[in-house]
Design a protein. Structure first.
Length: 216
């Protein structure tokens, strides 16, 4: 499946989000992970089913009830339709191996370019699930992040002596600024869709002010 983003070099951008049993990726665990493939227009690829896994925590000691109150997830439901962590890793590998990722010029298969909101949080937990080696095999190191992008845009505005674009940079605020629907937020797959729509809107707004100059 070709795309017009030549600088992706055969990789595929995917919105990535997790819901967790707490905030510390050294102790708490993923209870839901979603990965949503995007095309070169930064829209979900309709022909590819996203990955959406609910994962059973390893034990009650890794569960912070306050975290679950934020995500609105019920542990009883996760226990009934979730999968064990080892099975989740196998299902992830099976899913990503089916992605239509071409070989690069160096003979390597393209990887997932993760698009997150607060990348350090999401990726920390995914590495905890997969391990560093498996993560490096399937994920590109040059991630995208709506939270970081909002901070960079604010820096550019400030350097130009203009009021910063974003007074807050949480995902819900950014979504409101760009008229992105947030119904169903705090579900990993829904948050992937919100993140992708926000990123697309931010890029489109900023690109309107870029002069059409070819530096090639």
């Amino acid at each position: 499946m070709a795309n017009s983003m030549q600088h992706w070099n055969g990789s595929m951008m995917c919105a990535v989000d997790v819901e967790t049993t707490g905030l510390d990726d050294r102790f708490h665990e993923i209870c839901q992970v979603a990965i949503l493939p995007l095309n070169s227009d930064l829209k979900p690829i309709q022909e590819i089913l996203p990955l959406n896994l609910h994962i059973i925590p390893s034990g009650p000691e890794v569960i912070d009830p306050e975290a679950l109150s934020v995500t609105k997830m019920k542990m009883s439901e996760i226990m009934s339709y979730g999968v064990q962590r080892d099975r989740a890793v196998d299902m992830f590998i099976d899913w990503v191996e089916r992605l239509p990722l071409p070989l690069t010029k160096g003979g390597y298969r393209g990887r997932i370019i993760p698009l997150c909101h607060n990348e350090s949080f999401d990726i920390g937990f995914i590495k905890g699930l997969l391990g560093q080696s498996l993560y490096d095999t399937y994920f590109h190191p040059r991630h995208r992040d709506t939270q970081s992008l909002s901070c960079s845009i604010n820096d550019m505005y400030a350097m130009c002596g203009i009021k910063v674009r974003y007074s807050k940079n949480d995902l819900a605020w950014l979504a409101r600024q760009h008229n992105v629907d947030t119904a169903g937020a705090h579900d990993a797959l829904v948050d992937c869709k919100i993140t992708a729509a926000v990123y697309k809107a931010m890029i489109e707004e900023f690109s309107q002010n870029i002069p059409l100059v070819d530096y090639g």
